[in-house]
Design a protein around this ligand. Structure first.
Ligand SMILES: Cc1cc2nc3c(=O)[nH]c(=O)nc-3n(C[C@H](O)[C@H](O)[C@H](O)COP(=O)(O)OP(=O)(O)OC[C@H]3O[C@@H](n4cnc5c(N)ncnc54)[C@H](O)[C@@H]3O)c2cc1C
Length: 461
């Protein structure tokens, strides 16, 4: 690109390519930079064994790409993309040399399952038949008004369950094996809340659009996206790793299609080392990290490294004080006393897990309450605010709200300091007696989340 680009996208995986196409379509001079010599990220294919034998090195089947309203809007067939629909989307081996077969037809699948066919159809049929509407609602940011609220509510109630629980609605090993295999795409333990969503989505998608593969390998999908991007005037640089945020600063829009480790590397000194390590762990291990007192102490030890009481509960009772110009300091809140702090944190973590496992509250309400109670306990001498933000990020990731990867929740809260303190103050009244009102805090919490999603959505049309 001879002049400075308006927009730079770093990383040429399917999400980076989609972002680059959106930006180029909006008229921005867009540069796509890829660190490797080959393009496509998780869509890469290569001859791993013998010449002429192409292997997909990462993603191979693309039901969600075929369901995505965005990808479907692109003229990719004109750029060489051709889908292959296998005769059966999915086969799962069973003991004794048998196999469970998921056919695209619901009825054929039910017949083949021998036992539990009717239950399979009951579980997947409604979502498979209304797949277009469901996919349009599911493959967008979680905070929006669903186009089909009843369908989404029906989906949500079941999707939030652990796969092990929803699988009880199926009978027989074959149906359960198919469901478990689909749910395992969450990369989570199957008894984790929300894993049922993957089972339902991948099963319903298989019935609705199949599990297509790309003729010639997934790389051809990336090649078609790249060719379309170039036809819009976009420029692509391979072997061009971004090494610092500063080198991207000249562009008006910078989008990073990167993992957290890669981001931390190029963010360099803009993040203090301890905070960077804490963020990196949350970003990479969110799905397996249990929210426990030990984890909170680890977060504190990591971000406060070098200070004498890093990782230790407070040793002196603390107060939350508001400093006012020309007036004496005002004690806003007296947190939990030193002697009661370890037990209070232990109880908070237990209650939070119990509330999620038993679906006692909608997950976002449970997360908001967790963060609020953490702040009321104020377990550390210093750094409670930053830990609460890390806890927010982690708990939201675990519930599938990933916006914090792209938009800084920390910044949004910082920009709303007055509302933040007001909400904390109003909700904390009567907290020690258990007669407080979570609503002001919940309202603030959801407003910040909504702002983050709005910011994320504010891509050029
Ligand atoms: C084993 C496995 C199997 C999977 N199978 C499927 C499947 O069958 N179907 C499916 O739909 N999904 C599948 N997935 C998920 C899918 O691969 C990902 O969802 C998808 O690749 C994410 O795309 P992305 O664009 O966000 O990132 P990526 O595809 O990871 O692309 C990121 C790109 O950024 C580049 N990069 C990194 N750092 C820099 C830097 N500093 N400067 C410039 N470039 C940089 C990387 O080289 C890479 O090309 C699978 C995932 C795994 C791990």
């Amino acid at each position: 690109m001879s002049t400075t680009p308006d927009a730079i996208v770093v990383g040429s995986g399917p999400n980076g390519l989609a972002a680059a196409i959106m930006l180029a379509r909006s008229g921005m001079r867009t540069l796509l930079r890829e660190g490797q010599s080959t393009l496509g990220g998780g869509l890469r294919s290569t001859e791993l064994t013998l010449p002429g034998f192409v292997h997909d090195v990462c993603s191979a089947v693309h039901p969600l790409a075929l369901s995505s309203p965005f990808f479907r809007s692109l003229p990719l067939a004109q750029f060489g993309l051709e889908w292959i629909q296998p005769e059966a989307p999915l086969v799962h081996p069973l003991d004794g040399g048998k196999a469970a077969v998921l056919e695209q037809s619901l009825e054929a699948t039910a017949r083949g399952l021998e036992t539990g066919g009717r239950e399979w159809v009951n579980l997947h049929g409604v979502f498979a038949r209304a797949w277009d509407e469901l996919a349009a609602d599911v493959l967008t940011s979680p905070l929006h008004l669903p186009r089909k609220p009843v369908l989404m509510a029906r989906f949500g109630v079941q999707a939030l369950l652990p796969a092990t629980l929803l699988a009880r609605r199926l009978r027989g090993p074959a149906g359960r094996a198919l469901f478990a295999g689909n749910a395992a795409h969450s990369f989570l333990a199957l008894d984790a809340p929300g894993t049922a969503a993957f089972g339902l989505l991948l099963g319903a998608a298989a019935h609705a659009v199949g599990w297509p593969i790309v003729r010639g390998g997934s790389q051809r999908f990336a090649d078609a996206l790249l060719a379309y991007f170039r036809s819009l005037g976009g420029e692509v640089q391979a072997d061009a790793p971004a090494t610092s945020l500063d080198e991207l600063a000249s562009a008006r829009v910078v989008m990073l299609d990167l993992g957290p480790r890669q981001f931390a590397r190029i963010a360099g000194d803009r993040l203090p080392a301890g905070y960077r390590r804490a963020l990196e762990r949350i970003h990479t291990e969110a799905k397996t990290l249990a929210i426990t007192p030990e984890l909170l102490q680890w977060l504190h030890a990591t971000i406060q490294e070098g200070s004498g009481d890093a990782g230790q509960w407070k040793q002196v009772d603390n107060e939350i004080i508001e400093l006012r110009e020309g007036a004496p300091p005002l004690v806003r809140f007296r947190p939990v006393k030193v002697a009661e702090t370890p037990a209070a944190i232990e109880e908070l973590c237990l209650i939070y897990r119990h509330a999620l496992n038993q679906s006692l509250a909608p997950p976002l309400v449970a997360v908001a309450a967790l963060v609020f109670d953490f702040l009321c306990i104020h377990p550390f001498r210093d750094g409670n605010g930053r830990i609460s933000r890390l806890l927010t990020l982690l708990a939201l990731y675990q519930q599938g709200y990933e916006v914090g990867r792209y938009v800084s929740l920390e910044r949004l809260i910082e920009e709303s300091r007055a509302e933040y303190y007001e909400a904390l103050h109003r909700s904390s009244e009567g907290w020690h007696e258990g007669r407080h009102d979570l609503l002001p805090w919940l309202n603030f919490f959801l407003t910040i989340l909504k702002r983050a999603y709005r910011e994320l959505d504010r891509l050029p049309a």
